[in-house]
Design a protein around this ligand. Sequence first.
Ligand SMILES: Nc1ncnc2c1ncn2[C@@H]1O[C@H](COP(=O)(O)OP(=O)(O)OP(=O)(O)O)[C@@H](O)[C@H]1O
Ligand SMILES: [Mg+2]
Length: 250
Amino acid sequence: MIEIRNLQKSFGNKEVLKGVNLKVNKGENFLLIGRSGAGKTVLLKNIIGLLRPDSGAIKIDGTDITQLDKAHLEKVRLQFGLVFQSSALFDFLTIEENVGFFLYQHTNLKKSVIRKKVTETLALVGLKGIEDLHPYELSGGMKKRVAIARAVIFNPKILIYDEPTTGIDPIAVDKIVALIEDLHTRLSITSVVVTHDLVVGLQLADRLAFLLGGKIIFQGDKKDLEGSNDQRLIQFMQGSSGGPIKEMEV
Ligand SMILES: Nc1ncnc2c1ncn2[C@@H]1O[C@H](COP(=O)(O)OP(=O)(O)OP(=O)(O)O)[C@@H](O)[C@H]1O
Ligand SMILES: [Mg+2]
């Protein structure tokens, strides 16, 4: 579904991605882990075409999006649902307008039809009766759910979650994880999840990759992870300050 080859991305003289190779299979829950500042969000932004790489290829369902012009890229982008690190809802719009944003922007559907679709999608993420509220009237956990509803409303093929559980309490985290799993099975979507929370991540993941020093230094399933002797991976999984990864190294 997603195949990345030798992807490089720098900002000025700061090299963030130094040759990333990655493969995400259709229908799987894929977990991307790495230290803060490693370049996980930058990698996601390249995958969805929000950032252009310096070199390398990103194939989405067989199409190399690095070669596409803006109009074609826009089309490919419609296959992605995005849940950003900070839920990124518009505070001046109601929940209905936020969740229905894409439908208001890209379709000619009647308001009543969009309203119905929004209500159904909110139900899918376990929310009801909040269509006319504004984001600032919701808790952090509810905002995450609304962000997920906004991402799934147009039936994307790929869902990208950047830190879906950051900043909410453990019970809410558990519910978000259950929701991600549920959406994954019900909608048979390919999901890419970035998280610091390894317990959450491993619970969700079919396969995972570890980004360190601008490269993917591990990629595999949980069995491969258990069998790995890479001390850098072991150090990261244990959250230990001692080991081959230096404090400043990302
Ligand atoms: N638009 C940009 N311009 C310049 N530098 C950037 C830009 N976006 C990201 N960076 C730099 O790229 C590096 C990686 O950032 P990124 O946000 O991808 O990290 P991350 O792995 O997502 O970290 P976190 O886990 O904290 O979210 C950082 O050093 C950041 O400062
Ligand atoms: Mg990030």
